[in-house]
Design a protein. Structure first.
Length: 197
């Protein structure tokens, strides 16, 4: 006689496909897999005939939707659609409609800030890593000068307010807002470098 802690094995016939399967400790299990159970449920309730096959609105593949809101054939197509939508919304808000991705938009904004700081007389250094706590570091020529850290943000207008990590002042000293037409605003304003000569 098996112990009360030992699970028994049961042999059942799947109600969906009719294949004999073995279940471990589940005497009331009716289907061999969840897929088989879902298929049998849709067939039993005549759901397959209600929802006709449709083409994936991302890749165009013809597939059988699980419900009326099922528009993409796989989770991969769904993720690609979401990523493309976010990228397009970013381009629409920043005005960089002819650029391939968001990284290109950010790179252009950083270069614009670099040119502006160089024109003001600063020595500018750019972060070469993909991720970092700051985008640019600027130094005013001369001894004992404190480096200034800049976080560059591409915005649709200069009324943008920082949020998330952009609001954490430990990461940078100034953050530069750059619009698609090249307008730049520093927050806080840059110090008067002429007094430091």
């Amino acid at each position: 006689m098996p112990s009360q802690y030992e699970k028994q094995y049961y042999i059942r016939d799947c109600l969906g496909c009719g294949i004999e399967f073995t279940t471990h400790g589940l005497p009331n299990k009716k289907y061999c897999t969840r897929t088989c159970g879902g298929r049998h449920y849709r067939t039993k309730n005549n759901l397959s005939s209600i929802i006709e096959k449709r083409h994936c609105n991302w890749c165009g593949f013809l597939f059988q939707p699980k419900n009326k809101n099922h528009k993409r054939c796989t989770i991969m197509c769904k993720n690609k659609m979401i990523s493309n939508k976010k990228s397009q919304e970013y381009k629409d808000t920043t005005g960089y409609n002819n650029l391939p991705n968001r990284m290109a938009c950010g790179a252009i904004s950083e270069l614009r800030v670099m040119v502006d700081l160089l024109a003001r007389g600063y020595m500018v250094f750019r972060n070469c890593s993909k991720n970092g706590s700051t985008d640019l570091i600027a130094l005013w020529p001369g001894p004992h000068q404190t480096p200034l850290r800049f976080e560059v943000k591409t915005v649709a207008n200069l009324n943008y307010a920082p949020n998330g990590r952009y609001a954490i002042e430990e990461y940078f000293d100034h953050w530069a807002k750059v619009t698609h037409d090249g307008e730049i605003q520093y927050d806080p304003e840059l110090p008067n470098t002429r007094e430091k000569k």
